[in-house]
Design a protein. Structure first.
Length: 130
């Protein structure tokens, strides 16, 4: 499970937020399906070499957003991606397809993944009209 989760200590984004973002993305695109069990807080923290409280905070925020649920005997499981309003599921699929095309184009152009993410983040924060 930790193969998909990485922490960049040089990144100004706090480690708990890096974990939250990565898990949220994996759940939203369906890589982590509803019912999937997440590692325990302690095991993920040990695998990543960070404090257990950091992972616990990420899990708490994911639980508050309705993406995961902590169950006493079953551990922490994925509940599912956020519910989409009626008629929007096709739009989500179209966006995922567009993102996949963007990734393929960026890789063909030799862009590194972190550069692509920075580019998208920068464009999101600019004031683009819908």
């Amino acid at each position: 499970m930790t193969a998909g989760i990485t922490i960049d200590l040089a990144d100004p984004v706090p480690p708990y937020e890096q974990i939250r973002r990565q898990l949220s993305s994996l759940i939203t695109v369906g890589v982590l399906a509803p019912g999937s069990r997440l590692p325990t807080v302690r095991s993920l923290a040990a695998d990543l070499g960070i404090a257990a409280g950091t992972v616990a905070r990420a899990y708490k925020e994911l639980e508050q957003s309705g993406l995961i649920e902590s169950r006493r005997r079953n551990g922490t499981v994925v509940v599912g991606p956020p519910a989409v309003p009626n008629g929007q599921a096709g739009a989500d699929a179209a966006v995922i397809a567009a993102v996949d095309r963007l990734i393929r184009t960026a890789r063909a152009a030799g862009l590194r993944d972190d550069t692509l993410i920075d580019l998208v983040r920068g464009r999101l924060t600019s004031k683009l009209e819908p």
